[in-house]
Design a protein around this ligand. Structure first.
Ligand code: HAM
Length: 424
């Protein structure tokens, strides 16, 4: 029979991988808790319309990358391509704007799905850690969101980072800029790729983010949003930048940064890895503010800001920049029965060790002494308990320090002292 393999763009996480994931998950939980974000878990699939309306019908995510299917009743559903819209749907549905603790500061962690061309750090099923602060618009909150992501990077030991930041302005700034872009790109309409010809009238901002047209000559002279910002939008952005400076956070203003999703207004940012060694996609996390999104999905008129962080990319970078973070923590001890007859006694010892919260295992395969020592060496286990016929008869065991090659014989009653002995 032909072998059935995993779907292209998906990955199995094997034992060494999940161990590393636990480390990053723990760091994320600690950082999220420190900044007072609480976890929200939303379904993996939602009504397709949510993403079309939320992410934007002319974005690549919606037009090309969604896993959309009809359920048995013919309803169109989509595997979530990102976390923000689902979180906002839940915010609206559970009337979180009425909760006592405001603003709402939530985070999520889990798989997202996009039909993209798989490469290192880009999959079709990937995982995001994301945060959203809803119900407040303030430059401090914008900075807090960026700092939360940077803190995770810092805890993972990532040093080669660049913070790119820009503003898309408020509604009026965006409208004026949109008109300017249509005016400008109209003269190059026949040179635009077919997608951008559609974008020109539906959503000209997206042209700036086009991978096909990106290097064309006329892109260089396209109008800059900066020149169309209202006074309020410019002041707001200046405040954000001033706070970053006061905290000595290095940043770069990238006035061509637009991001790939339609809901953004005002501050947007991306944090990229400048370490080329990993060979992975550079953007570790990205996000921004969205003023109109909650209302456009039928909720109250509140502002929000957040980011999404690609866990696979974070891991690839951390493995290159800080490998010691992932050093394996070995078992405390290994129990070695010397014959089939001693196995049940060895098992009794094993169970009692586990009651003492000692991480341990035993040989069930009746391996040779040599093979059992080899196992300990390979797995970096520093202590063994050896039980042979004599020990079984005398109700004792041998505790062996494998590193110093010393051993002592102890009675079964002294098993409770093993924890202290091995932690010395
Ligand atoms: P995004 O820029 O589309 O934003 O994705 C955020 C991050 O997810 C990226 O920076 C990248 O690290 C990771 N990512 C995206 N696509 C893939 C992929 N195919 N494979 C691996 N990693 C990927 C959002 O999703 C917004 N929801 C972020 C946000 C939250 N904005 C406001 N709040």
């Amino acid at each position: 029979m032909e072998k059935i393999t995993k779907v292209r763009g998906t990955e199995d996480l094997l034992f060494d991988d999940t161990r590393k994931w636990h480390i990053i998950e723990k760091i994320i939980l600690e950082v999220a808790t420190k900044y007072n974000f609480q976890e929200l878990r939303t379904p993996i699939f939602e009504h397709t319309q949510l993403f079309v309306k939320g992410v934007g019908e002319t974005t690549d995510v919606v037009t090309k990358e969604m896993y959309t299917f009809d359920d048995k009743k013919g309803r169109s559903l989509t595997l979530r391509p990102e976390g923000t819209t689902g979180a906002i749907r839940a915010y609206i549905e559970h009337k979180m704007n009425g909760y006592d603790n405001q603003p709402i500061k939530l985070y999520y962690f889990g798989p997202m799905f996009r039909y993209e061309r798989p490469q290192k750090g880009r999959q079709r099923q990937f995982n995001q850690f994301g945060i959203e602060t809803l119900g407040i618009k303030s430059p401090q909150v914008d900075v807090e969101v960026i700092l939360t992501g940077l803190d995770v990077c810092n805890k993972l030991g990532l040093k080669n980072l660049k913070v790119l930041i820009n503003t898309l302005g408020d509604e009026k700034s965006r409208k004026d800029y949109r008109d300017a872009l249509v005016n400008y790109f109209k003269q190059y309409e026949d040179q635009l790729c077919s997608d951008c010809q559609t974008r020109l009238y539906k959503n000209p901002l997206r042209i700036l983010d086009c991978k096909v047209d990106h290097d064309k000559e006329f892109m260089k002279n396209a109008p800059h949003l900066e020149d169309y910002l209202t006074k309020e939008a410019a002041t707001y952005f200046n405040d954000v930048v001033r706070i970053l400076e006061s905290l000595n956070i290095e940043y770069e203003i990238d006035d061509r940064l637009v991001r790939g999703l339609d809901y953004y207004t005002d501050t947007i940012f991306e944090v990229v890895s400048t370490n080329k060694e990993s060979g992975a996609q550079a953007t570790l996390f990205g996000g921004g503010r969205y003023d109109g999104l909650v209302a456009s999905l039928g909720g109250p008129d509140v502002s929000g800001i957040g980011f999404g962080m690609g866990i696979e990319r974070m891991l690839i970078s951390a493995e290159v920049e800080n490998p010691s973070l992932f050093t394996n923590i070995p078992l405390d001890l290994y129990v070695m029965p010397l014959s089939v007859e001693t196995q049940s006694y060895a098992f009794k010892i094993l169970e009692n060790l586990r009651k003492l919260d000692i991480d341990c295992d035993m040989d069930y395969l009746n391996k040779s002494m040599k093979a059992m020592f080899k196992y300990c060496e390979r797995n970096n286990i520093k202590y063994a308990i050896i039980v042979g016929e004599n020990e079984l008869k005398d109700n004792t065991f041998i505790l062996k320090d494998l590193e110093n090659n010393t051993q002592e014989e102890l009675s079964f009653e002294l098993l409770k002292t093993v924890k202290e002995r091995i932690s010395k």
